[in-house]
Design a protein around this ligand. Structure first.
Ligand SMILES: Cc1ncc(COP(=O)(O)O)c(C=O)c1O
Length: 402
């Protein structure tokens, strides 16, 4: 048992944190001392290494995952009058990306085990207006809803993956080789985030992968103001004789990432497999150590998917336990254990309430999950002692009469 005093002296364990090595710092400093802080060669190197890691031909690095989702939605051509389907159990940025384009969002319930979109409940809301789906690989577990051809008969239908939780996660068709999320075998585009709690970090940052050259070129253009500098693509054919010429051909943004951020990303990418293996090792430890705690369930993994465990959300039956989530979070916090709730369903956010007036009871699996979820610490630099502390603290605070 952990006494309050002994835990008070111990370092707090957050629910997630970055892992920065000496070689990461050296890599960033090297670029800081170079000629290029932004729009330089390290961005391209990071994109190429990332594309190779995921097994996709193209990757575009951007300023954050939200910008990546926005550019993917624009490249898909979503616009006013369109509907884009997604999950209510995600970070608001997933749904916001569709709204930025003028399209509307339609929410569909999640499936009960892995908390991705439920293929069975997608059928009903997919309509003639549905221009695309943003499929969220929640917590790092691949959400398998099928290829875009099976989802809609429309030729201009796009499947975008929100893979912000799922770098390093893998899937396979039964009996075949494992493929990385982001390979875009089934989706048109896959979007990642490099926020510090994610698998690799660039401070803020993101990436879009695709197999389609046309989408790649569109995204490149939109990332930097919609400005074309490639002489071969100028609208004004006299432009190629003017050394200063550039053309703004679309209403783009400044969603660029810097070279020194990409130096950090490249250096982190070298250790990605090792860091994902650590996350999977922690998950295996938790799974064993927590399995006998009453009213607590650990996340599941399906046969042909490997989660990269961005999160480790346990489910606690607070009603049966006769304690509230607030009480449990506070008690864990007193033991030095940070926890978080991922997420408040997007439809409950005031902006979405006002816009769509949706009822959580119409999304029963999302509602059940939201009632029970609590993310416990999961990050690669957790020591065995940290992991044991988390387990002991949970055993202590979840005892019925504690
Ligand atoms: C599922 C999901 N999508 C999108 C984002 C947005 O990524 P970023 O914070 O890099 O903009 C996040 C960030 O946490 C996320 O969890």
């Amino acid at each position: 048992m952990i006494s309050k005093n002994s835990s008070a002296n111990k370092k707090r364990i957050p629910y997630g944190r970055q892992s920065i090595a000496a070689e990461d710092i050296r890599a960033v400093v090297k670029v800081l001392k170079s000629d290029w802080l932004t729009q330089g060669p390290t961005i391209r190197r990071f994109e190429e290494a990332f594309a190779k890691y995921c097994g996709a031909p193209y990757a575009v690095a951007v300023s954050n995952g939200t910008a990546g989702l926005h550019l993917a939605a624009l490249a898909a051509g979503f616009k006013k009058g369109d509907e884009v389907l997604t999950s209510p159990m995600t970070f608001a940025a997933t749904a916001n990306a569709a709204l930025y384009t003028g399209a509307d969002v339609v929410f569909s319930d999640v499936e009960p085990h892995f908390i991705g979109l439920n293929p069975a409940s997608i059928q009903r809301p997919v309509s003639q207006k549905t221009r695309g789906i943003i499929n969220v690989h929640f917590g790092g577990h691949p959400s398998r809803i099928g290829s875009k051809n099976t989802l809609s008969p429309r030729k201009d239908f796009y499947l975008i993956e929100d893979s912000c939780h799922a770098l390093g996660a893998e899937v396979r068709a039964h009996g075949t080789a494992w493929k990385k999320i982001g390979s875009c075998d089934e989706a048109d585009m896959s979007v990642f985030s490099f926020h510090p709690v994610k698998h690799i970090t660039t401070g803020e940052g993101g990436m879009i992968t695709t197999r389609r050259k046309d989408l790649y070129e569109k995204i490149l253009l939109l990332r930097s103001h919609g400005i074309e500098k490639n002489t071969g693509r100028f609208v004004d054919k006299t432009g190629k004789n003017k050394p200063w010429h550039y053309e703004m051909q679309a209403l783009g943004f400044n969603y660029r990432i810097t070279d020194f951020q990409c130096a950090l990303g490249l250096s982190q990418l070298d250790r990605l497999d090792e860091m994902v293996a650590k996350r999977r090792g922690i998950a295996a430890f938790y799974q064993k150590a927590l399995k006998n705690i009453e009213f607590l369930r650990v996340p599941e993994e399906s046969v042909d998917s490997r989660s990269s465990y961005h999160l480790y959300p346990v489910r606690i039956d607070f009603k049966k336990l006769k304690k509230t989530r607030e009480e449990i979070m506070k008690a864990l916090s007193a033991q030095g254990i940070g926890t978080q709730v991922h997420y408040i369903p997007v439809i409950l956010q005031p902006y979405y309430r006002e816009r769509y007036h949706l009822k959580l009871s119409d999304y029963p699996e999302c509602a059940r999950y939201y009632d029970q979820t609590l993310s416990i610490p999961m990050f690669p630099s957790m020591t065995k002692a940290d992991q044991q502390r988390v387990v002991r603290a949970l055993e202590l605070v979840l005892r019925k009469h504690a």
